[in-house]
Structures are given as C-alpha cells and as structure tokens.
Design a protein around this ligand. Structure first.
Ligand code: BV8
Ligand code: ZN
Length: 255
C-alpha cells in the first residue's frame, strides 16, 4: 500500500504514541470480534446481554461457560501480524502506550509490554466475595463444540463464587487502567485506533479526545466508524495486512 507521505513523516517524528485496539486486531488470529454473530449454543444471546453482572447472577453456569469457551478459543489461537507489528513499533517509538479493549492476551504473547486492558482479561478471574485472583488449572477444559454451561469454580480462599476478570456492561472501568489511559491521551502526539467499532464507552472517547487535542489520529478498520469524521487518516483495510506494511514503510530496515 502507498501510504500518505505526510502521515509517514508525522508518525516517524512522533515521540509519544498511543495504540488503541479493539476486537478487530485479533480477528485474523481467528478470534470472533465482539459483534460478530455468536455461534453454537450462544447464538441465541446478544453479547451485551451476557456480558453483564445481572446475567451472571441469573445464570452463572451459562455465563461462565461462555467465558470458558472464549478463553479456550484464545489459547488455541496465535498472535497475528498485526500484534507483531504493534510489538515492533513499541521498540521503535520513544514512548508507545498500548491501550486495548480486548480481553485476550495476544498483545502480550506477541511481545508488547505494559498493555492497559480497559475491559479486563479472560485470563484473570477473581472471587466475587473476596476479590482474590483465582488460579485456573493449566490444562484446558474439554468443552462441547457448540459450548456448554459450566458451574463457576469456588474460591480456594473463602469458598465464594469465582467470576470472569472482565469489566461487564454497567460496571465501571478500574481507576488503575482508566487513569493511565487518560494520562496517555493527554500527552500523545499521535494515536492509532485499530480494529474497533468505536461504540463502547467510555473507552471509545479516547481517540476523540486525542483528536480534540490536535494529536494525529490514524484509524485502521475495513469498515467506517464514527471516528472516520475526526481521524486525520482513515486506512480502510485489515490490520494484519496494513500494519506490517506501515511498520516497513516507517522503518524500512526493521527485521
Ligand atoms: C460504564 C468485556 C459506568 C466483557 C466489554 C456513555 C458513557 C459511559 C457508558 C456508556 C455510555 N453509553 C453507553 C454506555 C454503557 C456501556 C456501553 O458503552 N454500551 C454500548 C453497547 C453502547 N458502557 C459500559 O457499560 C461501560 N461501563 O460505563 O460504567 C459506571 C460508572 C460508575 C459506576 C457504575 C457504572 C463498560 C463497558 C465495557 C464492557 N465490556 N468487554 C467481554 O468481553 O465479554 S466491551 C466489548 O466491546 C469488548 O471489550 C470489545 O473489545 C469492546 C468494543 O468492541 P470492539 O472491540 O470495537 O469490537 P467490535 O466487534 O464492536 O468491532 C470490531 C471492529 O473491528 C469492527 O469495526 C470491524 O470492522 C473491525 N474489524 C474486523 N476485522 C478486522 C477489523 N479491523 C481491522 N482488521 C481486521 N481484520
Ligand atoms: Zn474468595
């Protein structure tokens, strides 16, 4: 792809870059995006209904089974060239803050460090009662291909019910994540928004705030989103294809 030369110059000169990712960055790894149609026993559910405290209270086995099926899919997938390109960028840019809405660990498995998980993680469940982290067994559960309800485990410390370590709809983001994310937006010269539909708040506000401050916002997404209107550059394509080309164009010598 021939990238806009001004965009390349601005990205090369940027000292403080935020990379903001959504489910689209993991799509080419084989992980369904959040708004992809659900399959198997989950197809009758809307993710935004299942990803709530109320759903877990009403049907903990269905919700825990859904998260376990997603965790198993993630652990069977590998990072794709988009994840690797972002990790390569982090070695080139003086300061790169990676903020993700994703609950998978593919950024970490491709070498990115200091990842801010605004919506938590599939891999760090915790006790509903005492909030202690719960260690999942290393071997993957044998699940029915279409998915199945699974009784959530019990906390080994207090016997409470273990819940997924994600931020559900209606739950606040934790200050430990939201604080540093807002700080990164206040100081960045450029922001790359990659693979997000820009509809989930308050996370979705971050690229808009960066644009408002005059930071150069580059969006990578095959589809248009609300962010198209304020992004300085909209690259309509797949992250796994465009990002490696962008990194190569920015730093031609990179391995
Ligand atoms: C809260 C964890 C308040 C769980 C998730 C205004 C302000 C504040 C809140 C709200 C507001 N308006 C509405 C709300 C409520 C709500 C909300 O935003 N609802 C939406 C549906 C309208 N927000 C909340 O509830 C938040 N909490 O505000 O609390 C509060 C304060 C004090 C006290 C009490 C309460 C919490 C939101 C967090 C929800 N949890 N995830 C789980 O994963 O199960 S959100 C979920 O959506 C995922 O994390 C996902 O990452 C995220 C965003 O979706 P995307 O990542 O963008 O994924 P999506 O599928 O939508 O899009 C994929 C994109 O990729 C597409 O555009 C596609 O074109 C593109 N793509 C596809 N393939 C590729 C690609 N791009 C590049 N390359 C490809 N190959
Ligand atoms: Zn406990």
């Amino acid at each position: 792809m021939n990238f806009d030369l001004t965009m390349l110059t601005q990205l090369r000169q940027a000292r403080d870059v935020v990379v903001f990712t959504g489910a689209g960055v993991s799509q080419e790894s084989g992980i369904p995006t959040f708004r992809d149609a659900m399959t198997g026993m989950w197809e009758r559910f809307d993710p935004t209904d299942l990803a709530t405290p109320d759903a877990f209270k009403r049907q903990p086995d269905v919700v825990w089974g859904w998260y376990e099926s997603r965790r198993v899919i993630v652990l069977r997938c590998q990072p794709n060239p988009a994840h690797h390109a972002i990790a390569a960028m982090q070695t080139k840019v003086p300061r790169l803050t990676l903020i993700t809405q994703n609950v998978d660990d593919l950024h970490e498995r491709s070498g990115s460090i200091g990842v801010i998980h605004l919506h938590g993680s599939l891999h760090h469940p915790r006790c509903l009662a005492c909030a202690r982290p719960h260690m999942l067994p290393p071997e993957l559960p044998e699940l029915a291909p279409e998915g199945q309800p699974i009784k959530p485990p019990r906390c080994t410390h207090c016997g409470g019910t273990v819940r997924p370590g994600v931020v559900w709809f209606g739950e606040p983001l934790t200050d430990d994540d939201w604080g540093p994310a807002k700080q990164a937006i206040r100081s960045c010269d450029a922001l790359l928004s990659i693979g997000t539909s820009s509809v989930v708040y308050p996370a979705a506000v971050l690229p808009f705030e960066a644009a408002e401050r005059g930071a150069g916002v580059v969006q990578i997404n095959p589809q248009p989103t609300d962010l198209d209107a304020v992004a300085r550059y909209n690259l309509h394509g797949k992250a796994g294809e465009l990002l490696p080309q962008l990194v190569q164009a920015l730093w031609p010598s990179s391995p």
